[in-house]
Each structure stands twice: as structure tokens, then as C-alpha cells.
Design a binder for this molecule. Structure first.
Ligand code: ZN
Length: 170
């Protein structure tokens, strides 16, 4: 089932999500719906906050459904190693038409549970690091505009107001 993606302004996006303590049918259905919603956009990552569920669940697929080995489910993800830096423009399905330059680590090691409840660690670099960091930020109630301050942030907020008036923010 394709779920509506919440846009910036919705309180779910600035609220930290809670740990998942049991992987039950509800979580399995949530993950399935999140993949369907992400592919429909299309996007390369989605956090549960963005569909109004405050659980620490994220899905990632850099291939957008092309590579059967690419889909990644991250439950209760935690970054355990960080190395280097990379800067690039970053978008978000909850911020249509907005891109913000964000510096991320170049390489991370992340620890998470899979859908079977098994803990795994994954070493990521480049784009995959960027997307995983972005989704973990969502789970912590942090969004791309939080990387901006002062005039840059004011300009983004003004753009969002204009997009809302044009009906592109619902
Ligand atoms: Zn996002």
C-alpha cells in the first residue's frame, strides 16, 4: 500500500522515533508499504517518520528497485564508525523541490537489525553513507533544513512558503 509522505511542517518529522522491540506483522507490513511508497516516488531512502510512524525503521535502495540485492532494511540502526567527509546537495521526499548542501561522513559502519531480528553490521561509503545518515537523522527527528542557519535557512523557509502557496507541499 502506498502511504502519503508527510512534508516538512508535520510534527512527526521533528519527533525522534522509538526503538522497535519486536519485529511483528505490523513492522513487516510497515516495511513492505515503505518500499512500495519509496519506489512510487521514486526515492532512494525513506524513514518511518515520513509516513507518520514513530518507529526506528528505515528502508534504502540506491538502485530504486532495479537490483534485487540492493534493498536494505534498517531497524534500530546505529552508526558505530565514522570516517572522512563529503559534501553534496541533498534532497528529501519531505522537502519537494528543495536541495541543501550537506557535509556527511565519507564512510560509516552501521549496526542494525534486519527483518528477521538478526543484528548485522554494514560498511558503507559515498552515496550509501549519505542516504543512511539522512535516514538515521529522520529517525532522530532531524531534517535537511536543520543543517542550515541564518540567511540560508530564511531563504529556504521563504521558498517553502511559496511552494505551499502553489499547492506543492501537501
Ligand atoms: Zn528525507
Amino acid at each position: 500500500m502506498i502511504l502519503p509522505i508527510l512534508k516538512y511542517g508535520d510534527p512527526h518529522l521533528i519527533t525522534p522515533a522509538e526503538e522497535v522491540d519486536e519485529i511483528d506483522d505490523e513492522i513487516r507490513k510497515l516495511v513492505e508499504d515503505m518500499f512500495e511508497t519509496m519506489y512510487d516516488e521514486p526515492g532512494v531512502g525513506l524513514a518511518a517518520n515520513q509516513v507518520g510512524v514513530l518507529k526506528r525503521v528505515a528502508v534504502v535502495d540506491l538502485s530504486i528497485g532495479e537490483d534485487p540485492n540492493a534493498p536494505l532494511v534498517l531497524i534500530n540502526p546505529e552508526i558505530i564508525e565514522i570516517e572522512g567527509e563529503q559534501a553534496a546537495e541533498e534532497g528529501c521526499l519531505s522537502f519537494p523541490e528543495i536541495e541543501i548542501e550537506i557535509t556527511r561522513p565519507e564512510r560509516i559502519v552501521v549496526k542494525a537489525l534486519d527483518l528477521e531480528g538478526e543484528e548485522f553490521t554494514l560498511e558503507a561509503s559515498n552515496m550509501l553513507t549519505r542516504v543512511i545518515c539522512h535516514e538515521i537523522d529522520h529517525l532522530n527527528g532531524k531534517v535537511i533544513i536543520d543543517f542550515q542557519t541564518g540567511l540560508a535557512k530564511q531563504m529556504t523557509l521563504t521558498r517553502i512558503k511559496r511552494l505551499k502557496r502553489q499547492g506543492k507541499w501537501d
